[in-house]
Design a protein. Structure first.
Length: 230
């Protein structure tokens, strides 16, 4: 039954998230057919990689019997982290091959990916699904608004891409942390969440046009002004 639900949710998530990806490609003036081809190919190879890693981890169950490797109903199992890393790597390579800006490419693809994950997990973990689906909404809002944020533009005349990808990382790790909480415990989950959020903040800051020295001096000036008022 779980395999059937997984198949239904995977197909549904792919169609819905793929439609949003198509809209994003149009908005960024990227070739829609190429973007969708990348999405399909990356998804297929990501599933293959996740199965291969799962077989390697549980090799004592699978052995050298190739038939058992492909027996997804008799011996189910996919490695989610392997699928995620494979998908990101393939999207990166596809973007480089076409000479697309790396951060722009990830900004376009990653919101659809997190939306797809959220739909899949609706049948298996509502809290994780909620984190990722709400996270998708946050990413959509950021994508529409961040070009108008002067604080992100900083000292640059134009806004750089990458904020969407940075926030995606934090939201992705939060969802993974919730899933890990069920098996790895609260300490591991808490540390993973903290690392993810910290990395998101550092990456988002580095992609902004802000200058650390200028921000530090500005903070010192504000603190000095407050101390004088007291």
């Amino acid at each position: 039954m779980s395999i059937t639900l997984f198949g239904i949710s995977t197909a549904l998530g792919f169609l819905v998230s793929g439609y949003y990806l198509w809209l994003r490609a149009r908005g960024e003036n990227l070739p829609e057919d190429e973007v969708f081809d990348i999405y399909i190919v990356s998804a297929i190879w990501a599933l293959a990689a996740s199965r291969a890693v799962e077989i390697a981890i549980r090799f004592n169950e699978f052995g050298w019997n190739i038939i058992r490797w492909f027996s997804v109903f008799a011996l189910p199992g996919l490695n989610g982290l392997a699928a995620l890393l494979a998908f990101m790597g393939l999207v990166y390579l596809a973007g480089v091959k076409r000479q697309w800006e790396v951060w722009k490419t990830w900004d376009v693809f990653l919101p659809s990916l997190i939306f797809w994950q959220g739909i899949i997990f609706l049948f298996f973990s509502l809290p994780a699904a909620g984190i990722w689906i709400l996270g998708f909404g946050v990413l959509v809002w950021i994508e529409r608004e961040y070009r108008l944020w002067n604080w992100f533009k900083g000292h640059r005349s134009t806004v750089r891409t990458g904020l969407v990808s940075a926030v995606w990382l934090g939201l992705e790790v939060l969802g993974i942390s919730w899933v890990a909480l069920q098996t790895k415990g609260m300490v591991f989950s808490g540390v993973l969440s903290a690392v993810g959020i910290l990395t998101m903040m550092i990456l988002g800051y580095k992609r902004s046009g802000r200058v650390p020295e200028s921000d530090i001096n500005s903070l010192k000036h504000r603190l000095e002004s407050r101390s004088k008022r007291r």
